[in-house]
Structure formats: C-alpha cells, structure tokens
Design a protein around this ligand. Structure first.
Ligand code: SAH
Length: 474
C-alpha cells in the first residue's frame, strides 16, 4: 500500500493555498467545507475566490516574497496550485523544512499527501484513491459509488450518532452493541429514517431491537468458489462483510480474504496434504466456542462446502452443540475450473453424465467402484488426484476405459495463474510430472476433455493486458 488513507480534522486550522486561479478556487472550497481557516496567497486572485463565504483571507503578494518574510510554523497544511514549476519546487522545499503537509496539484513528486476522490454524504465520507496512478479511474469508481449510496444516508448516520450514548448505556458489551447496530441498519426502520427524517424515540427503538441483539451467535458455512473472487455469491460476500470472525482454509486466495470485513478476526485452519494444521475436531470446537460467545462466525471454504469439504461433519458438530447455522453454497472446483478451461461437463455428443470423485489417499481410492467409473460417455472429475494419478489411470484402463481417452489437468483453475494441460489417459502421471503440476489441480477424464483446446477462452495473460489498457484509457 503506497499511502495510508486517514481523515484529518481541519476545523479552525490554518491552511495555506498558493495560487489564485480556478484550481485554487476548487481546493479552497473543499477546505472551507471542512471548516478550515484558509489563507490564499497569490499576486492575482480571482474574484470567485474573493467572493467565497467562510473563513478566508486573501493575501495579494508575490509568493517568493511571501515565503521569504513569513513564519509558516502555525500552518497545518499547504496546497500549491501555481503553474510555475520553479515556484512549486520552492514551496515544496519550504513546506518540508517546516514539517507541513503539502499537496502540489498534479505533481505527485511534490506531495507529502494526496487527495482522494470523495463521495460526500456528510457525515459519511467515502474516499477513493488510485495512489496517484490513475485519478480519472478513481473518479469513474466514484461515479459508481455515488449511485450505490443513498443520497440521504447522512441523515441516518446523524441519527445513529445521537443514539450512541443511550445504546452504550443500555447495552454494556461491544458485541451486543455491534449486533444492535447491524439490526438497525438492516431493518426497514433505517429506510424510514432516511426517507422521512423521522426520529424514533431512542428507548423505544432499543427495546424493539433488543430481543434480537441477544447473545446468540451463529455459524455461516460459506463456499468461496474456486479462486476468482468474482465467482463469490452476493450472499457469501455479505456474510464475509458482517462476520466477527472468519475461519478459512489454506486454499482461499488473498484476493478473497481482502474482501472480509477489516476488523474481523481471520483464523487459518487450513489443511495441506497430510498436514492438518488444525485437527478437524478442533476446528469444529473452535466454531462452537466462538458462536457460543455470541459471535457471527464465517467458516469460509474453497469451492462448495458440501463437496469434499467436510462441511457435513462441521454442521453435524454444530447441530449437536445446538449452535445456529446457515449454509451458503459456492461454485465447486469441478464446475468453476472446467468452465474456465472451456470443458463442458456434459455434451450431447460426448457425455451424458458426470461423476465427481476424490482420489486423495489409498483409503478413498480403494473404495471407488472402478467398473462404474470406467464407463464411456461419462465425464470423470477427480479432486485431489495428483498423488494417485498413476493408480487412477491404471485402474480405469484395466476396467475397460480406452488408453487414449482424453484427459485435462487444470491447475489453479479460474485464477490468474491457471494452467490447462491436455493429453491421453495412459500418459496422465507423466503429464503431471513433466509439467510440474502442483496442488490445487483437478483432473478431468472423458471425451469432453479434448474440447479444452477448441473452446478455451480464459487467458490470464490477456486479462492483465486488458487491465493495463483500461488504466491507459483512464
Ligand atoms: N470444497 C472444494 C473442494 C475441496 S478439496 C470444492 O468444492 O471445490 C480440494 C481440491 O479441490 C484440490 O485438491 C483440487 O483437486 C480441487 N480444487 C479446488 N480449487 C481448485 C482450483 N482453483 N483449481 C484446481 N483444482 C481445485
């Protein structure tokens, strides 16, 4: 992160603006809105600046001269909006010497802070920054956020602010209060406050919402999909953003974890082949313990929680402990990865059925019904099959499946580093070795696998180029 966004209180603080043209005018307007005491210095100052209402003093002086004879130590912040390069450098140097925050308009090198694009719903302020890399893109994003946030949300924020002390008094714990606010903001009362300006009596409101702000926690078993964050469901995203604590698997990408609420506790209970970083029974207990403390617990799993994800075991444990739960399905790897590889799981010409199996250890592989798996016109999708690939192909072939049945191996499906390797069944383990395929990878066996070459559409390299082009256009 190149910059840390912070909100600065400028009420009655002295701020200097150098320049008297239209850019200075816009900057001064913003400073005045924030309650600053503005001093505008330039030889020529536009009438529009002089006519501004608010705490502003105009000083008609040559800027070099002003800097030479003035003491700047009482100023909090400087905006430099002149079109003279030499002067801009000088102002920057003086600001640095005096330890004053400075922003030089349109010159990132001469800034100690940069201004974000903002959506203003006072007291709600949303700031958007591209860290100075693409201001127009930041403004485009702002337009989208402008549309998404109700215009009168500020009314609701002010109402909530007036209620805070009573809520603190009545609900002693942080968790209870958090729940109360969530109840309020999710309820239709919020819309009524925004739409009508109605101010419900605070005690009545607290009593009304209180029974639901009790101490009962809940676990949400959430499928995060195979990797691409855009494949998250809207519900998954909502739960991730409302959770107090998130227990996640090793496979969940950092891009997805970025979407979790900032102040939620993140706990990795991930497993990698053979290494259980947290035993399953301990994970179950952690979920129960946190829910019993009254928390909203999000158990985030790769793909779908009920497909080779031990989701069933976790829910059984919760049920036994009488903990409330909900399940949010996700796109399982077999569906997501094959789509991104251009492989239709069924196709009228090639496959009328599809089977998902796991071949991760000897126990699971030995219980497979090989004769029903080695059928023509069927697509076999193998989860966790890298280690046992040789055993897998040998058994399928000895049970009657042709040696030259097409296979595809999809590594890091749907992600920017996706790879799809195609070949025939008898060379499966060689393909894995030669291409140094690593987990997570999915093996697709059946006639449809050959369509990967014809129908491929997802090209992560092109995606990056495309993103660069958007930035350039901006
Ligand atoms: N519940 C998950 C599966 C967990 S088992 C789901 O529904 O998808 C983990 C296995 O899923 C991995 O070993 C791999 O075989 C497969 N897998 C998960 N994500 C994958 C991805 N992005 N690309 C390829 N395979 C993936």
């Amino acid at each position: 992160m190149e910059y840390l966004p912070i909100n600065i209180d400028l009420k009655n603080k002295k701020c200097l603006v150098f320049g008297g043209g239209p850019v200075a005018y816009r900057k001064i307007q913003m400073l005045l809105k924030a309650g600053a005491q503005v001093f505008c210095v330039a030889q020529r100052i536009n009438e529009s600046i002089k006519n501004l209402d608010g705490n502003i003093t105009t000083i008609h002086k040559e800027i070099f001269y002003y800097l030479q004879y003035s003491n700047l130590s009482s100023f909090r912040l400087i905006i430099s909006a002149t079109d003279n390069d030499k002067l801009s450098h000088h102002i920057y140097k003086v600001a640095q010497l005096n330890n004053i925050l400075i922003n030089t308009v349109d010159n990132k090198q001469l800034c100690t802070y940069i201004s974000p694009a903002i959506v203003n719903r006072d007291p709600i302020i949303v700031s958007i920054s591209s860290s100075g890399s693409a201001p127009v893109l930041a403004r485009k994003i702002r337009e989208k956020i402008e549309k998404a946030i109700p215009h009168n949300i500020g009314i609701l924020a002010k109402f909530a602010s007036g209620l805070r002390d009573s809520v603190k008094h009545i609900l002693p714990t942080l968790l209870q209060r958090k729940k109360f606010w969530e109840q309020l903001f999710n309820s239709s009362i919020s819309s009524r406050i925004m739409d009508t300006g109605l101010q419900p009596n605070s005690h009545e409101l607290i009593n009304k919402l209180l029974p639901e702000s009790n101490n009962e926690g809940e676990v949400f078993l959430v499928g995060a999909g195979p990797g691409d964050p855009e494949l998250l469901t809207i519900k998954a995203l909502r739960v991730m953003q409302e959770a107090d604590v998130v227990f996640h698997d090793r496979l969940i990408s950092s891009e997805i974890l970025e979407l979790v609420r900032r102040d939620a506790e993140l706990i990795n209970v991930g497993k990698s082949m053979g290494h259980h970083s947290v035993e399953q029974k301990d994970t179950n207990q952690l979920l129960i313990d946190h829910a019993q403390q009254g928390k909203r617990v999000c158990r985030l799993k790769g793909g779908d929680p009920f497909v080779f994800g031990r989701g069933g075991e976790e829910i059984q444990a919760l049920k036994k402990a009488r903990v409330k739960y909900q399940i949010v399905p996700g796109i399982t790897a077999a569906i997501g990865c094959t789509s991104y590889a251009g492989i239709p799981l069924t196709h009228r010409d090639f496959a009328q059925s599809t089977v998902f199996v796991t071949a991760h250890c000897k126990d699971s592989i030995d219980t497979l019904d090989w004769s029903s798996l080695a059928k023509e016109k069927q697509t076999l999708v193998v989860y966790m099959g890298l280690m046992k690939s040789q055993y897998l192909s040998k058994n399928l072939i000895s049970n009657g499946l042709s040696k030259i049945t097409p296979v595809a191996i999809i590594e890091n499906g749907t992600c920017h580093n996706q790879r799809v390797i195609s070949g025939n069944l008898n060379e499966l383990s060689d393909l894995i070795d030669q291409n140094k395929i690593k987990s997570p990878a999915l093996i697709v066996i059946g006639e449809v696998a050959k369509l990967a070459n014809e129908l491929a559409w997802f090209n992560p390299e092109n995606e990056n180029v495309f993103q660069d082009q958007i930035l350039e256009l901006a």
